[in-house]
Design a binder for this molecule. Sequence first.
Ligand SMILES: [Zn+2]
Length: 405
Amino acid sequence: MSDFSISNDSLVRHVFYPMTNVIQNYAWGSRSSFAQLFGIANQSGEPQAEIWMGAHPNGCSTVNTQGQETKLSSLISQNLSLFLSDKIAKRFGELPYLFKVLAAEKALSIQVHPNKHQAERGYQSEEQQGVPLTAGNRNYKDPNHKPELVYALTDYTAMNGFRPISEILAHFNYLDIPELGSLVNDLAGDQTPNGLASFFSGLLSLQGEQKEVALMMLIMKAKLSPTPLFNLITELEEQYPGDVGLFAPLILNVIALKPGQAMYLDAETPHAYIKGTGLEIMANSDNVLRAGLTPKYMDVNELVSCTKFNEKPIDRLLLQPLEQDGVLEYPIPVEDFKFAILSNSQQRKIKTEGAEILLPLDGAMTLTHQCGETCIIDKGQSVFIPAYADCYTVDCEGRVARAYS
Ligand SMILES: [Zn+2]
């Protein structure tokens, strides 16, 4: 690699920084998916849940500078404007997104992320109350929202948004569980977002014998009704026995993404990843309010105050990318990140606006820069490209995922 001098300070810099990324071994992760897709070895045999590509303190990527492994966050903080662009440095003050590969063998918790305003308010209020950041009952880890996009690499099952209330009622009428009779009757009599909010929080707040009996009846009925929906509940019960989130597939849309399909997870919308491997890009935040399929803390009141109880039509969940010249750009309604897939790139010129991360998905990729620097990145490996690169060229026969801002 040749060096690239930037004139406004004395350090010699590269334009391409191949990254070494942290793999998170969460218990729900797959043991084989990263090996199958990218040839990433799994010597310890532990679950490999997520590859983190970015500058987040809980799993910061490293890059090689002047012969030393350096945290990406330290590199960027040498000169925010240079690495991120003036605009992004002023607006966000850090790399505004975290890019991940996520491989779910088991379901993740059902969650809602607050919008920006709710996150600011919630963070401030917990700070004032003196709830420690690491406390189990702390809801807000930072004052930021956390919009997410997921792009499926394999078949990918998830839940996202509320089903039509009529469908929810049909499911619960079919179950006919006496312990839930009054909740279901109230929803039938008030088929509005308010009615749905009471129903959802009532269900999540079930306790003791009422909860046990309702779940027992749910599982009994599910085993007697081998439809895909009830089979899913039976499968989830093996992972999360006794969890009130087992009702969620009857309330939330269950969606099966095909490889190459993408979906946006809006703030204030309940969602859960059930199974599959995909790319995920999100704003730099850790604010999660949980709604089941979890042994962790659940704050039902806070959750309800951060949830929009609107029906979400399933045919509007998929993102429709804009295609131009072999580039699929996925429209995202926030400024924290952008996401695109480049296909069959031959001498494709890319203009940077902020800092980018590229991840080839199908085969090796070659990057070149007018300064003479060049680098080859294998599939499943990633590279950080600072804003000051300005323009570079990509050659790759397969797909390259591009995270940028
Ligand atoms: Zn989420």
